[in-house]
Design a binder for this molecule. Structure first.
Ligand code: HC1
Ligand code: SF4
Length: 574
């Protein structure tokens, strides 16, 4: 254990500490910009390119970047040296000299690390001026890329290449012309990008942002001819409150509904209802595949980033995913059919808005084959958790004091099984709760499958049903999905059911959630909160949701019926 000195005080560091990790461990602070350490998912980005974490080391002629300098016995570190602080200020001033000066109108205003550090370092003047870059924005249905705001930190590249193994983003050119671009400089929409949004989740500036639909939603909310219905994804209720200063993992379901009602939505429904419906259709398909020697393993299909990844990277395995649409899309299809009929409304006069933790959901809603009618979209606009927070703030609603309200019905009731959709392992667990009872005809007394709980990114679990061992694979992160799919393709693993989610920890770590700022503990707390919601629900199995039963009785006839297939199932590969 090396003894080191930080600003004169003695500490015992670990062998594998860098100056940065040691200083952080002992409560010190060094600003960082390009550095990203998500050790729970084995992601580390330290190209040492921003030069913002410079420190002085006694006995060395030049300053050292803290993020890549290892500790050693007797190392004397000065984080407060004037020379180091001036070097940090110069690094930021140089970055600002080629950065658009539109902070007040930037979507990242108030959340930008460059802006924060510039303020911390008291930068009010910039001696560096001159030529600036002038790139075109790349606007897709989910993501806006503004290369002018890129500071070459390469965090996005690390997430896309190392975590997702999609490899769409890479650094090109040198010096002043250096920038991160998609393959062959194509628009993102023409690449294999999955719109997972993990590049957006870690971008320190406004170079990567969601494509916002806030203005369209405001327009319909004030249009008296429009009946505007909103649905909220499972993971939103355990993250939204962070935008208003609450602790990560705060459950704010009642306030979320209350705020949506104050914003003027005609009905506030729940994607969790759609999740229960997805389980009914997915479990029906799984049971059928199990009993009739159908194609196994069956893959869950609710994560659109994952589905796009499969289409691009594993087209030979396209028969594997369940044909059941995601909860978001099932919900939209039911609103524009069953609900429209019940409320005596023309589906064209209904606007369905989704609040999602995810950017790929924006892309999913735009897929042509996902809609149940050629005349309208089942889901009109998708807003992220962050966009909803912006709307709440813009409207002047005090989230802290907003009265808690309940979801509207008939599409607002959900079970504990639906709540856990938002965390890794949850969709598989929800499906098993139903499949077990359908296959055995017996009551499942212990509803939690502990092997499907936890934070790890790749797991295999076994469950016995009717004397048969059902093997389940769970993965989050498309790099882990790739490992699982390659093992299947090479017949190295034999599984019955697979759940894959693109984002860290599942949807709770989605690209549209409040920024976690590289802290995986935030994601863990959201996972734990979803488990709390599940445990406090009276009904914890999707097939016991009374409103789902009514929907089948009154409208869909039975699980897997022709009508259910027309509305609730889809196909892949556009
Ligand atoms: Fe998800 Fe899903 S769980 S995909 O992560 O199946 O986005 O939260 O809404 O559709 O229910 C996301 C979350 C979400 C769908 C559900
Ligand atoms: Fe890569 Fe995902 Fe970003 Fe697309 S959205 S560029 S796949 S990290």
């Amino acid at each position: 254990m090396p003894k080191i000195y930080i600003n004169g005080d003695e500490f015992e560091a670990s062998e594998n500490d860098t100056v940065l990790t040691a200083v952080q461990k002992f409560g010190g602070y060094i600003p960082t910009l390009c550095y990203l350490n998500l050790k729970d998912i084995n992601i580390e980005n330290k190209p040492s390119s921003c030069r913002v974490c410079m420190v002085e080391i006694e006995g060395r002629k030049s300053l050292a970047p803290a993020c890549t300098t290892p500790v050693s016995e007797g190392l004397r570190i000065n984080t407060l040296s004037r020379q180091a602080v001036e070097a940090r200020r110069t690094a930021i001033q140089l970055l600002l000299s080629d950065h658009p000066q539109d902070c007040l109108q930037c979507p990242k205003n108030g959340e930008c690390d460059l802006q924060r550090i510039a303020s911390e370092l008291n930068i009010v003047k910039n001696p560096f001026t001159g030529k600036t870059t002038n790139y075109k924005q790349d606007i897709s249905k989910a993501i806006i890329r503004d290369p002018n705001k890129c500071i070459m930190c390469r965090r996005c590249e690390t997430m896309c290449n190392d975590f997702q193994t999609v490899g769409v983003l890479s650094a090109v050119n040198r010096g002043f012309n250096a920038v991160i671009k998609p393959t062959f400089d194509l628009p993102l929409e023409e690449t294999a990008c999955t719109f997972c949004g993990q590049c957006v989740a870690v971008c320190p500036t406004g170079a990567l942002e969601e494509d916002s639909y806030i203005d369209y939603v405001w327009k319909d909310l004030v249009n008296e001819k429009k009946h505007v219905v909103v649905q909220t994804a499972p993971a939103v209720r355990v993250a939204l409150a962070e935008e208003f200063g609450f602790e990560p993992g705060t459950i704010s379901t009642g306030k979320l509904v209350g705020a949506l009602k104050l914003l003027g939505f005609d009905k506030v429904f729940d994607t969790n209802f759609g999740a229960d419906l997805t389980i009914i259709e997915e479990a029906t398909e799984f049971k059928e595949r199990l009993e009739n020697d159908g194609f196994l393993p069956m893959l869950t299909s609710c994560c659109p980033g994952w589905i796009k990844f499969l289409e691009h990277q594993f087209p030979d395995l396209i028969e594997m995913p369940s044909s059941a649409k995601s909860p978001q899309q099932m919900f939209g299809a039911i609103v524009k059919s069953f609900y429209a009929q019940k409320a005596n409304l023309d589906p064209k006069d209904i606007t369905v808005v989704s609040i999602m933790p995810c950017l790929a959901k924006k892309y999913e809603a735009s897929r042509k084959e996902i809609n149940s009618s050629p005349d309208y979209k089942d889901v009109d606009y998708v807003l992220t958790t962050r966009e909803l927070a912006k709307m709440i703030k813009e409207a002047g609603i005090n989230f802290t004091t907003v009265p808690e309200r309940a979801y509207d019905n008939p599409l607002g009731e959900s079970t504990g099984a639906a709540a856990i959709f938002g965390r890794t392992g949850g969709v598989a667990e929800a499906a098993l709760r139903t499949t077990y009872e359908w296959l055995t005809g017996k009551e499942l007394k212990t509803v939690e499958f502990q092997a499907l709980h936890g934070y790890e990114s790749l797991r295999v679990a076994e469950v016995e049903i009717n004397g048969q061992i059902i093997k389940i694979g769970v993965a989050y992160g498309l790099g882990n999905a790739r490992k699982l799919l390659e093992a299947i393709r090479n017949k190295k693993i034999d599984l019955h059911l697979i759940e894959i989610m693109a984002c860290p920890g599942g949807c709770v770590g989605g690209g549209g959630q409040p920024y976690h700022h590289g802290n995986f503990e935030v994601i863990k707390k959201r996972i734990d909160a979803l488990n709390v919601i599940d445990r406090t629900k009276v009904i914890r199995k999707s097939h016991e949701n009374p409103y789902i039963l009514r929907l089948y009785n009154e409208y869909l006839e039975k699980p897997g019926s022709d009508k259910a297939h027309k509305l609730l199932h889809t196909h892949y590969l556009e």
